[in-house]
Design a protein around this ligand. Structure first.
Ligand code: NAD
Length: 503
C-alpha cells in the first residue's frame, strides 16, 4: 500500500522537484489528507532573502528591455508546460492542501487560463493619446514595467494565486519574488521547476526572474519591507493584510491586497429553488469551505425559507465527506487542527447567540491527525456574533428577511466585501442588487453562488477584503508604472493654463 508520503515523492519526481529540495529542512509539510509529515523543506533566511531580492532586481533590469510580445511568448511556453504538468500538479495540490481531484485540476486550469490571457495582453498594454490644450503638443500616457513584484500567497489556492500575479507581471516586464504559504511550499517548488522548463524552451530568461522565499511570516516581512520591491501583492487573512498594507505604505510601495471574505447570497421569492439548492451546496461546502469566496451567509426570504432550508439541511446531512485522494467525496479535510478548533469555536458562539446548528461534527476518515468535518448549516436569529467574521471552514449561517432593502442591509452589514450573489427571476430585484444601492462587493453574481470566478474578470473585493484587483480586464495596470508625457514639436513655448513667463 502506498502512503501519502510516497505518493507525494512520486508526484514531485514527475514534476522535477529533487529530494534535496524537500528533505532535511526546518519547514515541516503536513498533508491534511492524513496528517502525515510528507517533507521538511529548507527555509530561506532573511539575509538570503535580501540577496535573492537583489537578483530579482537585476533580472527586472534585463527583462524590461525584452519586447512585451516576446515576454508573452515566454508566458505562452509556461502555459504549455502547465498543460503538460496538469495531472501531476493537480494531484500535488490535492495531496498538499486536501482539495478534491477535480478542484486540484481546476486550480491548474486556472493557471493555464491566465497564461493564455496574459499572452494576448502582451500585445495590448495600451497607453493613451490625450488632446493637448497647447498648440503643437502631443500628450500621451504610457505604461512601463514596475520592477520587482512580491507575491505572498495563502494555502488555499497555493499555485493559482501566484499565476494570476506572475503571468501578468511577466508580460508587463517585471520579475517576481514569491513567498508561498508555509503550509504549501511543495506545489510552489513544483511551479518553479515547471517555470525552469519553460525558460529553457524560451532560450533562457534572466536569473532571478522568478525567485522563491520559503518560510513563514518572518521571510514574508523581509519582502514587504524591501524598497526594491515596488509592488507587493498579498493574499491571505485580513489580519495579515492589515500589517502588510501598513508596512508597504510606510515605504511608499504599492500593495495589492486580496484578503478575507464573508460572502452572502440572497434568495428572493422568485428564485428557482432547485438551482439555488445546487448552487448553495457548491458555494458553501466546496473546498470544505476554504475558499475566500466560499458562501458564508444565506439570506432567505420568509416566503421560501421553509421550502429551501429543510432541503438544504438534508443535503448537508448526506453530502459525501472523504479522502480526496482515494475517494470521489465532495468534501475533503480542513487544512489543520487549528482550522477545526476555530470552526468549533464559531459554532459554540453561534449556539450561544441563539443559532440552531445542523452538522459541524468531526468525521473520522483518516485517523486522529487529520481533520474532516461535516459542513455546518446554522439557522441564526440575526446577524450577530460569529456571523460577522470570516471563519475559514464550512459554516453557512442562514438568516430570514422580509423585504429586499432589509436583505441588502444585512448583506452589506459586515466588514468584508469580496463576493456576493442573488437568486431570483424578478428583474427589479436583480437589478437593484446590481445597482449602486445593492451589493457593496467586488463580485456580484446572479443565479449562481459566490465562488468559482473566471479569470477574465478583475478579481477582488472592497472594505476589509483590501480593495485589490487581480487577473482579468485592466488588473495589469497595477503591475506597471504610468507615465504621462508631453512633447512640444513647435517653436513656441506655450505654458499650460495660459501662464506667462517671458524672460
Ligand atoms: P494567512 O493570512 O495566514 O497567510 C497568508 C500568507 O501571508 C502566508 O504566506 C503567510 O506566511 C503570509 N504572512 C502572514 N503574516 C505576514 C506578515 N506579517 N508579513 C508577510 N507575510 C505574512 O492566510 P491563510 O490561512 O494562508 O489563508 C486563508 C485566508 O486567505 C482567508 O482569510 C482567505 O479568505 C484569504 N484568501 C483571500 C483570497 C482573495 O483573493 N481575496 C484568496 C485566497 C485566500
Amino acid at each position: 500500500m502506498t502512503t501519502i508520503s510516497t505518493d507525494v515523492r512520486t508526484v514531485l519526481d514527475a514534476l522535477g522537484v529533487t529530494p534535496a529540495q524537500t528533505q532535511g529542512g526546518t519547514l515541516k509539510v503536513v498533508s491534511p489528507v492524513d496528517g502525515a509529515v510528507v517533507a521538511a523543506v529548507p527555509e530561506t533566511t532573511p539575509a538570503e532573502a535580501a540577496t535573492l531580492i537583489g537578483q530579482a532586481h537585476q533580472a527586472y533590469l534585463e527583462w524590461r528591455a525584452v519586447p512585451a510580445p516576446r515576454r508573452g511568448e515566454f508566458v505562452r511556453l509556461l502555459g504549455e508546460e502547465l498543460r503538460a504538468a496538469k495531472p501531476a500538479l493537480g494531484r500535488l495540490v490535492s495531496l498538499e492542501v486536501g482539495k478534491s481531484p477535480s478542484e486540484g485540476l481546476g486550480e491548474v486550469q486556472e493557471m493555464i487560463d491566465i497564461c493564455d490571457f496574459a499572452v494576448g495582453l502582451s500585445r495590448q498594454l495600451y497607453g493613451l493619446v490625450i488632446q493637448s490644450e497647447r498648440e503643437d503638443h502631443r500628450l500621451t500616457e504610457q505604461w512601463h514595467p514596475a520592477g520587482v513584484v512580491g507575491v505572498i500567497s495563502a494555502f488555499n489556492f497555493p499555485v493559482a494565486v501566484w499565476s494570476w500575479n506572475a503571468a501578468l507581471a511577466f508580460v508587463c516586464g517585471d520579475s517576481v519574488v514569491w513567498k508561498p504559504s508555509e503550509k504549501a511550499p511543495l506545489t510552489a517548488l513544483a511551479v518553479a521547476a515547471i517555470m525552469a522548463r519553460a525558460a529553457q524552451k524560451f532560450g533562457g530568461v534572466p536569473k532571478g526572474l522568478l525567485t522563491m522565499l520559503i518560510g513563514g511570516r518572518e521571510v514574508g516581512e523581509a519582502l514587504v519591507d524591501d524598497v526594491r520591491v515596488p509592488v507587493v501583492s498579498a493574499t491571505g487573512s485580513t489580519r495579515m493584510g492589515r500589517v502588510v498594507g501598513e508596512r508597504v505604505a510606510r515605504r511608499f510601495g504599492r500593495a495589492i491586497l486580496e484578503l478575507g471574505g464573508n460572502n452572502a447570497s440572497i434568495v428572493t421569492p422568485s428564485a428557482d429553488l432547485d438551482l439555488t439548492l445546487r448552487a448553495v451546496a457548491f458555494g458553501a461546502m466546496g473546498t470544505a469551505g476554504q475558499r475566500c469566496t466560499t458562501m458564508r451567509r444565506l439570506i432567505v426570504h420568509e416566503s421560501v425559507y421553509d421550502k429551501l432550508v429543510p432541503k438544504l439541511a438534508s443535503v448537508y446531512k448526506s453530502i459525501s465527506i472523504g479522502n480526496p485522494i482515494t475517494s470521489d467525496a465532495l468534501v475533503g479535510p480542513l487544512i489543520d487542527g487549528r482550522a477545526y478548533e476555530s470552526m468549533q469555536g464559531a459554532l459554540a458562539e453561534a449556539k450561544k447567540a441563539g443559532g440552531i446548528v445542523h452538522g459541524g461534527e468531526r468525521v473520522d476518515i483518516n485517523g486522529p491527525n487529520s481533520f474532516y468535518v461535516r459542513p455546518a448549516l446554522v439557522e441564526m436569529p440575526g446577524q450577530v456574533g460569529p456571523v460577522c467574521d470570516e471563519t475559514f471552514a464550512p459554516i453557512l449561517y442562514v438568516l430570514k428577511y422580509k423585504d429586499l432593502d432589509e436583505a441588502i442591509a444585512l448583506h452589506n452589514g459586515v466588514p468584508q466585501g469580496l463576493s456576493s450573489s442573488i437568486f431570483g427571476t424578478d428583474i427589479r430585484e436583480i437589478e437593484t442588487f446590481l445597482s449602486a444601492r445593492g451589493s457593496d462587493c467586488g463580485i456580484a453574481n446572479v443565479n449562481m453562488g459566490t465562488s468559482g470566478a473566471e479569470i477574465g474578470g478583475a478579481f477582488g473585493g472592497e472594505k476589509e477584503t483590501g480593495g485589490g484587483r487581480e487577473s482579468g480586464t485592466d488588473a495589469w495596470k497595477a503591475y506597471m508604472r504610468r507615465q504621462t508625457s508631453a512633447v512640444n514639436y513647435g517653436r513656441k513655448l506655450p505654458l499650460a493654463q495660459g501662464v506667462k513667463f517671458d524672460i
